[in-house]
Write a protein that binds this ligand. Structure first.
Ligand SMILES: CSC[C@H]1O[C@H](OP(=O)(O)O)[C@H](O)[C@@H]1O
Ligand code: HPA
Length: 260
C-alpha cells in the first residue's frame, strides 16, 4: 500500500450501515498502526469509478465499536498517513428538522459538539506552540458543493444544509434533549461527527459529512426510535449514498488546493 502523500486519494469513513464498500475494486488491505493506536478497521485501498479510494469502517468490520469508544485520532491519522487529504464521513443520523425524514440524505454545513471525554486533538503534550485551528466552517464547502451536485444529478432526496448535533451516546436522546438540541439550532443528531471533523481539520484535510437520516429523532414522531425503523431506512436510503459517492469521488480528488 502506498504511504506517500497523494492529494488525489479520497478517504471514505463508513458508519452504521456502511461497514464495507461492495462496489470498491479492492487492490489491498492494510492493518495500519499510528502513534495513537490502531484504527477501527483495516484500511481498504481500491478503485471506485476509476478513482483511488481508501475505505475505513468507523465502528469496525463487523460493527463492534460504539461511538464513544471509536479511536478517532487513530482513524484520521491512519488515513492521513495513507495519503488521504479529502475525507467523506458517512453518518447515520436522526432527523430533527421537519424535512429530515428517514431515508433522506443530508449534507450538513455546521456542527455543535455535545460529546465529552473523547481524545479530540492532535495538539497535546510538549508542544513548542499552542495551536488553535480555525473551525468556523467545519465542513469543506467545495466538497459539499460536489456532493450536492451529485445528489441533484442522481435524483437523490437530500437536504443541502443542516447543523449536526454530536451527542455522546451510545444511548439515544430523550425527547427533552432533542428539544434542547432543536432550540440550539441543530437539525440532525448523531454520535460520531465529533471529534472526527475537528481532527481532520487539525491535519489540514478537507472533511465533509454525507449523512443518511435513519430515524426521526426522539420525540419527533409518534413512535419511539426502534432498530427496525433504522434498519429499514438504511435499506431504503443507502443506495442514494452509494450513488453520491460514485458520482463524487473523482471530483473530490480533483480539488487540489487544500484548506489552509
Ligand atoms: C442508532 S444508530 C446510532 C449510531 O449510528 C450512527 O453512527 P455513524 O455516525 O457511525 O453512522 C450514530 O452516530 C451512532 O453511532
Ligand atoms: O436519533 C439519533 N440520535 C443519535 N444518533 C443517531 N444516529 C442515528 N440516529 C440517531
Amino acid at each position: 500500500m502506498k504511504t506517500e502523500t497523494d492529494n488525489r486519494v479520497v478517504g471514505i469513513i463508513g458508519g452504521t450501515g456502511l461497514t464495507s464498500l461492495a462496489e470498491l475494486e479492492v487492490v489491498g488491505r492494510q492493518a495500519a498502526a499510528t502513534p495513537y493506536g490502531v484504527p477501527s478497521s483495516a484500511l481498504t485501498r481500491g478503485s471506485l469509478q476509476g478513482q483511488s479510494v481508501v475505505f475505513l469502517s468507523r465502528h469496525g468490520n463487523p460493527h463492534r465499536i460504539p461511538p464513544h469508544e471509536v479511536n478517532y485520532r487513530a482513524n484520521i491519522k491512519a488515513l492521513y498517513d495513507a495519503g488521504v487529504r479529502t475525507v467523506v464521513g458517512v453518518n447515520a443520523v436522526g432527523g430533527i428538522h421537519p424535512d429530515m425524514e428517514p431515508a433522506c440524505v443530508v449534507i450538513p454545513d455546521q456542527i455543535i459538539d455535545y460529546t465529552w471525554g473523547r481524545s479530540g486533538t492532535f495538539f497535546e503534550g510538549d508542544l513548542e506552540n499552542v495551536t488553535h485551528i480555525d473551525f468556523t466552517w467545519p465542513y469543506d464547502q467545495a466538497a459539499r458543493d460536489i456532493l450536492i451536485q451529485a445528489a441533484t444529478a442522481h435524483d437523490v432526496a437530500f437536504s443541502g444544509f443542516g447543523v449536526y448535533g454530536a451527542t455522546q451516546g451510545p444511548r439515544l436522546e430523550t425527547a427533552a434533549e432533542v428539544r434542547r438540541l432543536e432550540q440550539d439550532g441543530c437539525d440532525l443528531v448523531g454520535m460520531t461527527g465529533m471529534p472526527e471533523a475537528a481532527l481532520a481539520a487539525e491535519l489540514g484535510m478537507r472533511y465533509v459529512c454525507l449523512g443518511l437520516v435513519v430515524n426521526r429523532a426522539a420525540g419527533k414522531s409518534d413512535q419511539v426510535v426502534s432498530m427496525e425503523e433504522i434498519e429499514a431506512a438504511i435499506e431504503k436510503g443507502m443506495s442514494g449514498v452509494h450513488r453520491i459517492l460514485e458520482a463524487s469521488v473523482a471530483k473530490l480528488a480533483a480539488l487540489t488546493d487544500l484548506p489552509s
